[in-house]
Design a protein. Structure first.
Length: 276
């Protein structure tokens, strides 16, 4: 298979983790460092579950910070890449919508569940979100933390700047030039932010590849709605803010404290499971 032929895969980036890391480089491990800062601020214990761990970069960073980490993802391709390229954590396959890791040899309760890069928003329905939060409460030790980072549904109330025009990105990986054109639309009925991404690839042989269209979506959660779901599952919200964070502009820097507003395009939450 030539690199240009990767476009025949069902999902280019999740099916090709090395390409994902080339498209979204994170040499400074910003998301991992931000997460570790949150965990230290609330004196979280060492046992961490990275739910939706993807390629394993953040899980490996937390492992390097001295934590005992389990990375979980639904993608076997991502997990295989994580085991090979970001060793240290234990990696297991689990569904975000509902998980119980005891059958996978993870018998001890976790001190924190981490869910970064809008992974939580792949819970498209209320039942899926309830399943995720119920699972988090089940696997967390009393007083354990849930740390999540995601898009902010409130940003799209009256704003269309991210919806108005397609965004083009181009990069070269292993001699193949990739180009993506991404369009975001709001599905108000389903309360989803839908993404359509059209890929082309050219490995320089003059043929190129025909465009391939891939689709995905995130739940549009409002801050007060998220508070309600967390409270319904017994969580105490310690922080809920729009930055600074690993994907904000400007990005979070070491030592910065969380803000108090929930208006910008990213949302960050730290919540605690009750101690009883």
């Amino acid at each position: 298979m030539t690199d240009a032929n990767l476009l025949t895969d069902a999902n280019l980036l999740t099916d090709n983790p090395a390409l994902y890391e080339a498209r979204f480089p994170d040499a400074d491990r910003l998301a991992g460092r931000w997460t570790e800062d949150c965990l230290r601020r609330y004196d979280a214990g060492p046992r961490v579950l990275d739910m939706g761990c993807g390629t394993g970069r953040d899980a490996a960073h937390l492992h390097g910070a001295g934590r005992v980490v389990t990375g979980a993802d639904i993608s076997e391709s991502m997990l295989a890449h994580a085991r090979a390229h970001h060793p240290g954590p234990a990696y297991v396959r689990a569904d975000l919508h509902g998980f119980d890791l005891r059958g996978l040899g993870q018998n001890a309760a976790f001190d924190a569940v981490v869910c970064l890069d809008s992974s939580l928003l792949y819970c498209h329905t209320n039942d899926q979100l309830d399943g995720f939060l119920a699972s988090c409460r089940r696997v967390l030790a009393p007083g354990g933390l849930l740390v999540a980072e995601m898009r902010n549904g409130a940003y799209f109330l009256g704003r269309t700047d991210l919806l108005d025009c397609p965004t083009v990105n181009a990069f070269t990986w292993q001699g193949t030039a990739y180009r993506s054109t991404t369009t975001l639309t709001v599905d108000r009925t389903a309360q989803l932010l839908r993404r359509t991404r059209i890929w082309t690839a050219d490995d320089g042989d003059g043929d190129g590849s025909p465009p391939v269209e891939q689709r995905s979506a995130w739940r549009l959660l409002l801050p007060q709605e998220l508070r309600h779901f967390l409270a319904a599952h017994g969580f105490e919200v310690l922080e809920l803010h729009d930055g600074p964070g690993p994907r904000t502009e400007p990005p979070w820097q070491q030592g910065e404290l969380p803000g108090t507003t929930t208006d910008a395009d990213r949302l960050h939450v730290v919540a605690r499971r009750p101690t009883h």
